[in-house]
Write a protein that binds this ligand. Structure first.
Ligand code: PLP
Length: 426
C-alpha cells in the first residue's frame, strides 16, 4: 500500500513509468508474450516465475489498474474480472465447492441474488439469505458446519440498506470464515471495508469506478488479513496441494497473495472471465476522477432527496444521507463523507404513477444502469428484479413502487426541474 492520500492514489497508483516509457498506462493489446527459451516459459506454467504468458490469465494493463484499486482499498493483491458478476462468482468459487454453504445478506443486487440463490446452487453450493438488520443471535444461527463465507453489500443495490460491516465481520470471524463485501456503491472514496474487518472486497467497476457507462468490468481485492492456514480444514483449495501445478500449496508459496494467485491461476485459467485490456484502460481513466465525482454525486443525491421528500406527490424517499433515514446512523458511522448518488423513492398512486412519472422525464433517462455521470432511473419491479415474486421483492428490500434514481453530476437545478415537470404529469 502506498502512503499517498486517496486523491493521489486515484491518479498515481498502479503505474510508474521508467525512463523513456509512456507517461500514460499503455494498452497491452496482445494475447500473448514472448520468451527467449522454452524453459523460461515452462517456469511460468509452474508458477515458479511470475510473468505474463497469455491474456486469459493476466495482462499488464489489467494488473496496473487492479494494483491501483488495491491501493485505494488498502489491500495486498487484486485482479480485474470481465464483470461484477464474475468478481462475485470467483470470490465464492475460489474458496467453496460442492457441499459447501454461504451466508448472504438478503439485501443484495438482483444479479447477485440470482447467482447465489440459483446458479451456484446448481453447482452444489447453498446459500442462506439473512436480513442485514438481524440481531447477532439471528446472524449466528445462519451458519452451518459447511459455511465458507459471509457476503454483503456496503450499500445494497437497490434497497440502500447500509450494512453493519463490523457486526458481519465479527460473526464471520467467530465461525472461522472470511467476510466478502461488495463495495460497488460506496467505492473506496466513501468506505474502505477492510478498515472495519472485511477480508475480501469485490466491485462492479461498471458503476462509479468507470463512471461514464462505457465498459462492464469487475474487481476482487484481498486484504491479506484472513488466516487461511488457521482454518486449513475449511479451505483445502488454498492449503493443500494443487495437482494442476505439481502439488503447489497456495498459502505456503504465496502467503498473503494466496487468494488472488489461486483465483488467477485456477479460476481465470479454467473459466476465463478476464477484463479486456481496452476496458481496463478506460476504467483507469475513470478512476483518475473518482475522488472528484463521488462527492458531487452525493451532494446532488442529497439535494434531490430533500426535494422529493417535500413533494406532495412523492410517497416516500430513501437516502441514507437524509436525517431520519432508517440507515442514517450506520451511514454516518461507515460513510461520514457521503454514501453514493443512488436514492430511491415511490410516487403516490403506486406502480402506475411511478411508470407515468418515469415516462414523463426528459433529461433523466430510463436505462438498465446505475452510478454513472448521467442521471437515470429504473423501476426494479418491472426491470432488473422482474424475476422475483412479491415476497422475494420485499425480502430484497424492493417495494413494488420503488423507483431507483441514480443522481448524476449534471447541475442539480436541471435535475430538479426535470423531476418537477415529470411529477406534474402524474
Ligand atoms: C451492477 C452490480 C453488480 C454486477 O456487476 P456487473 O458489472 O453488471 O456484472 C454486482 N454488485 C452490485 C452491487 C452491482 O451494483
Amino acid at each position: 500500500m502506498s502512503n499517498y492520500k486517496m486523491e493521489t492514489k486515484c491518479i498515481q497508483s498502479g503505474y510508474t513509468p521508467k525512463n523513456g516509457e509512456p507517461r500514460v498506462l499503455p494498452i497491452y493489446q496482445s494475447t500473448t508474450f514472448k520468451y527467449e527459451d522454452s524453459d523460461a516459459m515452462g517456469r511460468l506454467f509452474d508458477l515458479e516465475d511470475s510473468g505474463y504468458f497469455y491474456t486469459r490469465l493476466q495482462n499488464p494493463t489489467n494488473d496496473a489498474v487492479a494494483a491501483k484499486i488495491c491501493d485505494m482499498e488498502g489491500g495486498v493483491a487484486a485482479m480485474l474480472t470481465s464483470s461484477g458478476q464474475a468478481a462475485n462468482f470467483y470470490a465464492i468459487m475460489n474458496i467453496a465447492e460442492a457441499g459447501d454453504h454461504i451466508v448472504c445478506s438478503s439485501a443484495v443486487y438482483g444479479g447477485t441474488y440470482n447467482l447465489y440463490a440459483h446458479t451456484i446452487r446448481k453447482m452444489g453450493i447453498s446459500a442462506t439469505f439473512i436480513d442485514p438488520d438481524c440481531s447477532e443471535e439471528e446472524l449466528d444461527a445462519a451458519f452451518q458446519e459447511n459455511t465458507k463465507a459471509v457476503v454483503g453489500e456496503t450499500i445494497a443495490n437497490p434497497a440502500l440498506t447500509v450494512l453493519d460491516i463490523e457486526k458481519f465481520a465479527k460473526a464471520a470471524h467467530a465461525h472461522g470464515v472470511p467476510l466478502i463485501i461488495d463495495n460497488t456503491f460506496a467505492t473506496p472514496i466513501n468506505c474502505r471495508p477492510f478498515e472495519w474487518g472485511a477480508d475480501i472486497v469485490t466491485h462492479s467497476t461498471t458503476k462509479y469506478m468507470d463512471g461514464h457507462a462505457s465498459c462492464v468490468g469487475g474487481c476482487i481485492v484481498d486484504s491479506g488479513n484472513f488466516d487461511w492456514d488457521a482454518h486449513a480444514e475449511k479451505f483445502p483449495g488454498l492449503t493443500t496441494p494443487d495437482m494442476t501445478y505439481h502439488g503447489l500449496v497456495y498459502t505456503e508459496r504465496f502467503g498473503k497473495g494466496a487468494f488472488i494467485t489461486k483465483a488467477t491461476a485456477q479460476m481465470m485459467r479454467d473459466l476465463g472471465s478476464i477484463q479486456a485490456p481496452q476496458n481496463a484502460f478506460l476504467l483507469n481513466i475513470g478512476l483518475e476522477t473518482l475522488h472528484l465525482r463521488m462527492p458531487r454525486h452525493c451532494e446532488n443525491a442529497l439535494k434531490a432527496a430533500e426535494y422529493l421528500k417535500n413533494h406532495e406527490k412523492v410517497a416516500w424517499v430513501s437516502c441514507p444521507m437524509l436525517e431520519g433515514d432508517k440507515y442514517y446512523d450506520l451511514a454516518q458511522k461507515y460513510m461520514p463523507n457521503g454514501t453514493c448518488g443512488v436514492i430511491t423513492f415511490g410516487v403516490r398512486g403506486g406502480r402506475e404513477a411511478c411508470v407515468k412519472m418515469m415516462d414523463s422525464l426528459k433529461m433523466i433517462a430510463i436505462v438498465t444502469h446505475v452510478a454513472d455521470a448521467r442521471s437515470c432511473v429504473l423501476h426494479p419491479a418491472s426491470h432488473t428484479h422482474r424475476q422475483m415474486n412479491e415476497q422475494e421483492l420485499i425480502e430484497a428490500g424492493v417495494q413494488p413502487d420503488l423507483i431507483r434514481f441514480s443522481v448524476g453530476i449534471e447541475n442539480i437545478d436541471d435535475i430538479i426541474s426535470d423531476l418537477e415537470q415529470a411529477l406534474e404529469q402524474v
